[in-house]
Design a protein around this ligand. Structure first.
Ligand code: XUL
Ligand code: CO
Length: 445
């Protein structure tokens, strides 16, 4: 397999570099809203949005679902084994360049096949990591995060760090150790844990407390090893309530925050929040972002969306402007994502099987978030919701309210106040009016 950078092989031959053409463009291979160099509030769109392409959905997946076989025959699928892994790297970097995507993300097993032993698996990984490093040297693309796939292989049937089998725990540790070395080698800005099988199916066979303790022990070992090798990227946990297990330990932002605090991990980890995981947990995406933000733990985002009619993780590309706007609102209020980014943990539909769909889908997602950024910036700038919220809580800025807010009140004092209070008057929350204003901003900005 050839590996010269300025692509001797051209996997997306029909696609030139995708450029910004503006909202009136009818060119399907152009950005309508994402103008990478446009400055919004002192930062370029590229700096704000920090888009990342997910290796697994875009270069490894083939459209297989539980009812049917692969629909996607990619140009790189003409190769097998390690040659296929190398071809994927070429395809990936060609696409990153064509979309001018600043970041990418992968699981260890997305990029290189497992061998017959852990040693052989690590050797396969080393070959691809060094190839990626070569490509990264001559391109501007950086690794947003890497992670360990500890859910596909049958050895993880009972979990990885929460397995009842200590040998599996040890194997998982070896895998994450290698993952951290990979993160260091490629300069990953973050290292992610998504507990694919860290959950349970029935309490009848589960020692829940022991599994949680082990999960925390595992995370602490990861933090210690990162320190030992001098890896300084941000650790992230990605909450998800169910699928594949019935109950996942990192169910949602609040549950994960409680876990991190309980085990003294909150200074080492932030959250990677995914839109479709939020909705699976019965929350809006913006709820999860807000919950993490107010705890100072908003780290990164897996940008996708679920189908409101389906109750599983469909990982669609994010095109919903309403959701993208409210997500960007939280991100702006957070002062950005720091070392995090917007990772398209999203896959084209099984019926969108042509290679060009991979480009169209990313353009759709990038344009949606670019638009969301612009609207959210204007909402923040005009203090649309801040002023409403400030006004709504004004009773806590003076008198008895101020006593409560500043921690000087107690029940006896409040009872006295309530007994003497002759006029208690509530005001409308005005949510329909606020939603209409939000629509005006989405339509007019
Ligand atoms: C699974 C999911 C993962 C994580 C990384 O639902 O979102 O792809 O993002 O393991
Ligand atoms: Co994800």
């Amino acid at each position: 397999m050839a590996h010269s950078h300025s692509s001797s092989v051209n996997f997306f031959g029909s696609v030139n570099k995708v450029v910004y053409e503006g909202k009136n463009s009818t060119n399907p291979l152009a950005f309508k809203y994402y103008n990478s160099q446009e400055v919004i509030g002192g930062k370029t769109m590229k700096e704000h949005l920090r888009f990342s392409i997910a290796y697994w959905h875009t270069f490894t997946a083939d459209g297989t679902d539980v009812f049917g076989a692969a629909t996607m025959q990619r140009p790189w699928d003409q190769y097998k084994g390690m040659d296929l892994a190398k071809a994927r790297v070429e395809a990936a970097f060609e696409m990153f360049e064509k979309l001018d995507a600043p970041f990418f993300a992968f699981h260890d097993r997305d990029i290189a096949p497992e061998g017959s032993t852990l040693k052989e698996t690590n050797q396969n990984l080393d070959i691809i990591v060094s190839l990626m490093k070569d490509y990264m040297r001559t391109s501007n693309v950086k690794l947003l995060w890497n992670t360990a796939n500890m859910f596909t292989n049958p050895r993880f049937v009972h979990g990885a760090a929460t397995s009842c089998n200590a040998d599996v725990f040890a194997y998982a540790a070896a895998q994450v150790k290698k993952g951290l070395e990979t993160a260091k080698e490629l300069g990953a800005e973050n290292y992610v844990f998504w507990g694919g099988r860290e959950g349970y199916e029935t309490l009848l066979n589960t020692d829940l407390k022991f599994e949680l303790d082990n999960l925390a022990r595992f995370m602490h070992m990861a933090v210690d090893y990162a320190k030992e090798i001098g890896y300084t990227g941000q650790f992230l946990i990605e909450p998800k309530p169910k699928e594949p297990t019935t109950h996942q330990y990192d169910t949602d932002a609040a549950t994960t925050i409680a876990f991190l605090k309980q085990y003294g991990l909150d200074h080492h980890f932030k959250l990677n929040l995914e839109a479709n995981h939020a909705t699976l947990a019965g929350h809006t995406f913006e709820h999860e972002l807000r919950m993490a933000r107010v705890h100072g733990l908003l780290g990164s985002v897996d940008a996708n969306q679920g189908d409101p009619l389906l109750g599983w993780d469909t990982d669609e590309f994010p095109t919903d402007l309403y959701s993208a706007t409210l997500a960007m609102y939280e991100i702006l209020q957070n002062g950005g994502l720091g070392s995090g980014g917007l990772n398209f943990d999203a896959k084209v539909r099984r019926s969108s099987f042509e290679p060009d769909d991979l480009i169209y889908s990313h353009i759709a997602g990038m344009d949606a978030f670019a638009r969301g950024l612009k609207v959210a910036h204007k909402l923040v700038e005009d203090r649309v919701f801040e002023d409403v919220i400030k006004h709504r809580y004004r009773s806590f800025t003076e008198g008895i309210g101020l006593e409560i807010a500043e921690g000087r009140a107690n029940f006896k004092m409040l009872e006295q106040y309530a007994l003497n209070n002759k006029s208690m008057k509530n005001e409308s929350g005005r949510q329909e009016r606020l939603k209409a204003i939000l629509n005006q901003y989405i339509l007019e900005v």
